[in-house]
Structures are given as C-alpha cells and as structure tokens.
Design a protein around this ligand. Structure first.
Ligand SMILES: C[S@@+](CC[C@H](N)C(=O)[O-])C[C@H]1O[C@@H](n2cnc3c(N)ncnc32)[C@H](O)[C@@H]1O
Length: 325
C-alpha cells in the first residue's frame, strides 16, 4: 500500500489528480487509523499507471492533445476547457514554443556525419527549426505536429523563406506516426519528445530511421544533484520524467544509439523562449487576472528567472547503431 503522495510520485501524477480519481471512483483508497489514505499497488498497476491514465483521459472524451496536456499538468479536470483555452490564448501569439536558437539547431546539424536527404521533424510547432534546417541542408523535410493552426503558420513561414518545395506538412500524433519503417535518415525533435516520454520516443521512433540514421532530441535536464526545494517540487509535478544528461545518455545507449554529441543549450536559448512569453503574459495580465493558466505560466516563468543554473535544456545527437549488427 502507498500513501497518496508516494503513489502520486510513483506514477507521475499530482496528489490532486489522484484524489480526483478517487472522487469519481476510478481508484479506491483505505483509510488508516491516523486518517491517511492508502492505495494498493494493484490500483497503481491496473488503473493509474501513466499509459492507462492517458488512455483513460481519451476515453473520457478528451482529444489526445488535451489528454497529454492534462496528464502533463495533472490539473483539475473540472476546469479543463477554460484552462486549455487560456493556455492556448497565451501561446498562440508566440512563434517559439520551447527553448532553442538557430545557432544551436545548426550546431546539432553539423554533428550529423552525412548530408541528410530526408528529415522528419516531430512536434515542429510553427516551424522555427524546420525553416532553419531547410535553409541549411538539402534534405526533404517532413514536419509533423498535431496542432493545425501551428502547421498553418509553418506553411506560411516555409513560403516566406522559399523552402516550401522541400517541406511536407503532416498533421499527426507523434505516438502513431503514419510512415513506413526506415523512412528517414534523420528524426529531429526540439522540445517535444518529453510529451510522450523521451525513452519511449527513442524506442518508438527507432523503427522509422534508416540504418545509421540520426535522432536529434532536445530535452530539459537537471544540472544539479541538489536542487532547491521549490524547484524540485515544481519539476516533479510538471515534468516527473525529467532526469540528468548522464542518465539520458545511458538510456540512449540502452535503446541502441551511439551518442555523437550532447551539449547544453545556452541561456540565450532560454531567453529566446521565455522573454516573448513574459511579454505576452504582461500584456494579458489585466484581462486574464483570474486565469489559473496564466498564474501557472507566471509561476513557471518565476522559476526560470530564479533558478536557471539548476536545470537546462540539453541537445542530444544520437546515431542508430546498425539494426542488423
Ligand atoms: C514545447 S512545443 C515545441 C514546438 C517547437 N519544436 C518549438 O521549439 O517551437 C511542443 C510541440 O509538440 C506538439 N505536440 C503536442 N502533442 C503532440 C502530439 N501528440 N503529437 C504531435 N505533436 C504534438 C505541440 O503542438 C507543440 O508544437
């Protein structure tokens, strides 16, 4: 049996999400003499293991995108429509949805030991990295995201940059990519693999790579083994799968990749993401004074400002080892 906080930590959900599941009858707890709720391991495995949780959200009528977001945030689902709408309102005006810089995209590209002819970019958003890649290599790029408005912006951006003849846009989920095995020489994912879990992505996308193909992933990692309590609590809730660069490297090797390079994204890469976000929040603050989504984004921005030495984004350039070897 687990206490609610222990179980929440194990399955990567917030305490309030678990209590909510209990309220709607998805899991049951027993009260101990001291009043604490406890949950059995059986519940943990059968009912609230992370994948089951996602399936369950989808069965409740959330589309996959909302379900991912809810799983990620473990928010109060009674308010999910408003929360999602507010969240989208803040982000829709921004071009960049994750930390990164053109120079760092190019640094990763330069580590690929061949000139790629085919690249699939997953979670491309509005195409910030897509157009950089298209301008700097001759590859045909398949850009995938499940956000149609972002893909419309990407389409305009590709035309503006004159690379639209080499960019194919596909609206699909990263968890069920509609491509044949061994379709791409390179798979590129900036600030998006976390959505389905980085180890999961390394495993699932492997089959789409050609032999000796390269997977480029950027991900949020710990840079200290003793984070401040508030920072630890924040990321445990927001990104329970977050780990260190060293552990990601071990996981990549275990998934059959050789690490060609791994480097920390600069502070400027963070600023390129969060300064426009801060400006957007400031602009909406009065109008959205009661929005819990806006409050959450502000909390996140506060953590970035105070504690960027404790965590950061890391770029991984991984080469698939010969499948037949
Ligand atoms: C943090 S943003 C990063 C976007 C872009 N790479 C950038 O750096 O601006 C994550 C992206 O993943 C997309 N996304 C979320 N869930 C997805 C899914 N299940 N399948 C495909 N894309 C998804 C979002 O729409 C968003 O564009």
């Amino acid at each position: 049996m687990y206490r609610v906080s222990e179980l929440a930590e194990q399955v990567g959900l917030s305490r309030s999400a678990l209590l909510y599941y209990e309220k709607i009858g998805l899991v049951e707890s027993k009260r101990l003499g001291n009043g604490y709720r406890t949950y059995s391991e059986h519940e943990f495995i059968d009912k609230v293991a992370p994948d089951a949780h996602l399936d369950w959200l989808i069965k409740q009528g959330f589309n996959e995108k909302e379900a991912f977001r809810l799983k990620w945030l473990s928010k109060d689902m009674n308010e999910h429509d408003l929360y999602m709408a507010d969240f989208l309102r803040v982000f829709e005006a921004l071009d960049r949805w994750g930390p990164g810089l053109e120079t760092e995209t190019l640094r990763a590209l330069s580590k690929i030991p061949f000139s790629p002819k085919t690249i699939m970019e997953v979670g491309c958003g509005k195409g910030i990295a897509t157009t950089v890649l298209a301008k700097h290599c001759a590859a045909k790029i398949t850009a995938v995201d499940n956000d149609a408005p972002a893909l419309n912006r990407l389409s305009e951006r590709a035309k503006e940059t004159g690379v639209d003849d080499r960019v194919t846009i596909v609206c699909a989920s990263m968890t069920s990519l509609p491509f044949a095995a061994a379709s791409f020489e390179v798979i590129w994912s900036e600030a998006s693999a976390y959505i389905m879990g980085v180890t999961n992505a390394m495993k699932e996308w492997r089959g789409l790579l050609k032999d000796n193909g390269v997977l480029v992933i950027s991900d949020l990692v710990w840079r200290t083994s003793s984070p401040s309590a508030d920072v630890l609590a924040f990321w445990k809730k927001e990104y329970p799968g977050m780990t260190t660069t060293e552990e990601r490297i071990e996981q990549a090797k275990a998934a059959g990749y050789e690490v060609l390079d791994s480097f920390a994204l600069s502070e400027d890469a963070w600023k390129a993401y969060f300064e426009p976000l801060q400006a957007r929040v400031n602009a909406l603050k009065q109008e959205m004074a009661d929005s819990s989504a806006l409050r959450d984004i502000q909390t996140e921005l506060g953590i970035y400002r105070r504690s960027l030495d404790e965590f950061g984004y890391q770029m991984f350039v991984l080469k698939l080892q010969l499948k037949t070897a």
